[in-house]
Design a protein around this ligand. Structure first.
Ligand code: SAM
Ligand code: DTB
Ligand code: SF4
Length: 332
């Protein structure tokens, strides 16, 4: 079985990207099968609990006040409405509920409601995930005490490219929050975005930063940029369509994530709506084993449950909870 390593070099990662495509996907599939059930995919559902009006200037994001997208900013949702949405997600077969807020960081006055949301969703028997921006040590501790299972905080791109995408915080700020989350004992969900006009060397740098963390994130979301008009990167992509990531290169990125972080769940995240079934199938073969379900991500569209059910049926894939149940029943 391939061992889990944290000492990957950029040269090794670049060499994986350079492999002939079928060789790379074959190796990734081998690693996938050695560490995970080959045909089980975990389902997570997103809810934007506080939309828009974010002071950060992330060049990809339509929720930033620096973007001109006309998105209406909202206040933090009330706990009851969040729990209703979680119940719906559970009914649709989702096992993890991820709540996202367009904040640079949560304010201490927001924490009691956030804690109630975590407790309530957990009480329904779903895994909980939050993504609220930067956290202090104390806030991470409060979330851990509430029983939060995962915290999503992406590094988004290679360290050397970070400043080109976001200027209101640094790569080191990101690492600091990730440390607080780890120290509090919460599972880490950390990945990034491709298709932002980056080079392959940038993608190597991005995966290198993740694969050399002291512990690999338990979940690694690989997002393909959803270009939104009025954001810096959405507009750039409209002007230079060639910057859009080629689907084969996207599959390569998933495969390299799988090989370098064998035990992590690799999530095929934003951008699935505009991806063909065949490309998604290649991603599952290359080791992706988690997706976001439902009609909406945070603010933009997603493939939707009917389309996903049809895709899973075509591919013989089972949602992870159902796959575990089937395995247990077969063993009885
Ligand atoms: N404000 C918090 C933060 O930035 O950590 C949490 C929410 S933020 C929307 C979560 C992640 O969504 C970002 O780190 C980024 O990776 C992803 N994201 C945002 N806009 C996106 C887009 N247009 N396309 C793809 N991914 C996007
Ligand atoms: C992640 O890596 N992708 C999700 C989740 N973590 C929070 C968010 C994708 C957002 C896509 C743009 C939107 O819908 O607003
Ligand atoms: Fe704010 Fe998060 Fe969007 Fe950046 S990605 S602008 S921090 S909501």
């Amino acid at each position: 079985m391939s061992e889990t390593r944290n000492d990957w070099t950029r040269e090794e990662i670049a060499a994986l990207f350079d492999l002939p495509f079928t060789e790379l996907v074959f190796r990734a599939a081998e690693v996938h099968r050695a560490h995970h059930a080959a045909n089980a995919v975990q389902l997570s559902t997103l809810l934007s609990i506080k939309t828009g009006g974010c002071p950060e200037d992330c060049g990809y994001c339509n929720q930033s006040t620096h973007a001109e997208t006309g998105l209406k900013a909202t206040k933090l949702m009330d706990v009851r409405a969040v729990l209703q949405a979680a119940a719906q997600a559970k009914d649709s077969g989702s096992s993890r509920f991820c709540m996202g807020a367009a904040w640079r960081n949560p304010k201490d006055r927001d924490m009691p409601a956030i804690v109630e949301m975590v407790k309530g969703v957990r009480g329904m028997g779903m895994e909980t995930c939050m993504t609220l921006g930067m956290l202090t040590e104390k806030q991470a501790g409060m979330l851990a005490d509430a029983g939060l299972d995962y915290y999503n905080h992406n590094i988004d791109t290679a360290p050397e490219r970070y400043g080109e995408v976001i200027s209101t915080r640094t790569f080191e700020d990101r690492l600091e929050t990730l440390e607080h989350v780890r120290e509090a004992g919460i599972n880490v969900c950390c990945g990034g975005i491709v298709g932002m006009g980056e080079t392959r060397a940038d993608r190597v740098g991005f995966l290198h930063a993740l694969a050399t963390l002291p512990r690999h994130p338990e979940s690694v979301p690989v997002n393909a940029l959803v270009p939104v008009k009025g954001t810096v990167l959405g507009d750039m992509l409209a002007d230079t369509p060639l910057a859009k990531i080629d689907e084969i290169e996207f599959v390569r990125t998933v495969a390299v994530a799988r090989i370098t972080m064998p035990e992590s769940m690799v999530r095929l995240s934003a951008g699935r709506e505009s991806m063909s079934d065949s490309t998604q199938a290649l991603c599952f073969l290359a080791g992706a084993n988690s997706i976001f379900t439902g009609e909406k991500l945070l603010t933009t569209g997603n493939a939707g449950d009917d389309k996903d059910a049809a895709l899973f049926a075509r591919l013989g894939i089972m949602p992870m909870a159902a796959a575990c149940k089937a395995e247990l029943e077969a063993a009885e």
